[in-house]
Design a protein around this ligand. Sequence first.
Ligand code: F6P
Length: 322
Amino acid sequence: MKDVKTIGVLTSGGDAPGMNAAIRAVVRAGLEKGFKVLGIMRGYNGLINEDMVEMDYRSVSNIINRGGTFLYSARSLEFKEDAGVEKAKETCLRVGLDGIVVIGGDGSFRGAADLSRKGIPCIGIPGTIDNDIACSEYTIGFNTALETAMDNIDKLRDTTQSHDRCSVVEVMGRHAGHIALNVGIACGATYIVVNEIPYDLNDVLAHIQKSRALGKKHFIIVVSEGVTDVYKMAKDIESATGIESRATVLGHIQRGGSPTVKDRVVASQMGWKAVELLAEGKSNRVVAVKDNDIVDYDIAEALSMKKTIDMNLYNMAKSMSL
Ligand code: F6P
C-alpha cells in the first residue's frame, strides 16, 4: 500500500446544502492525519484543468453554515469520455494526489469508479437533495430541501386557503419521489404524486371530490418533478371540478439555504469517514448511512442497489389526507 501524503476533495453534480460541511470535515480530517489537502474546483473539471487550491484549517472557516459549495460544482461532460478521465489521472500523478473524496450523486460515483480503476483511489460521499442514492438511507441536503419546500408550501397554503383554491406544486427529486412524499405529508397535501406509482388524474380528481364532500374547501397537490405537466394538471383539475386551480414549480430554490443540523452533522460524519478510508488505503468505496451508523460500500455494489419509496408512508398519507 502506497503511503497517503496528499488528498483532494471535489463536489460534483447538483449542489446540496451541507456540501460545505462535508468539505470542511474532509479538509480538517486530512490535516489532522498530516496530509496535504487540495480543494479541487468545479468538480471533475478541476482535475482535468489542474484547477485546485491547497487548503488549511482557515480555508474552511465560516462555511459550515453556508449552502451551496464553495468549491463550485459541475457536471463535467469531458470527464464522461475516457480521454477526460485519462487527463484527470495524469493531473493526479503530476500533482501527487494519493486519493480523492468525491461529494455528489450517482453520476459522480460512476466517475469516481472510473478514476479508481485507473489507479487513483476515490471515495464517494452522497450529496444530493433527492435522497436517491440506494446504498444510503440518507443523502446530504435532503433535510434542508424538505424544510425549504415545506416553508414555501406553507406560504402557498395561506393564499390557497384564502381563495378556496387548489394549488398544484411541483417539487424536485429527479426520478425519485422522496421529497414529494415527505413534504406532502408535512404540508398536509390532499394528494401526493410520486414517480414510483403510476400517475392517474382520475384518482386525483376522485380524491379531491371525496375530501370536498367531507367539507374541504382548499386543496394542495404535491407532484414530484418529471411525472406530469403541473400547469396542465391544474387546468384539468379546474375544468373537471370547477375549483379555481394554480400551479407552482418550486424549482432550484429547494437547493439553496443554510443547511439544517441534520445535514451539517451527517456531512461532518461522512467527510471524516471518507478520509479514514483513504488513510486505510481503501479505494472505490461510497460512504453511507445504515441504521444510523456510517458504513461504506463498494461503488459498483452501491450503484447496483435499488431504492424505492416507503409504501407504508405513502398509504398512510393517502388515507389521512381527506
Ligand atoms: O439532483 C438534484 C437536482 O436538483 C434534481 O432534483 C433535479 O432534477 C436536478 O438536480 C436539476 O438539475 P440542474 O441543476 O442541472 O437543473
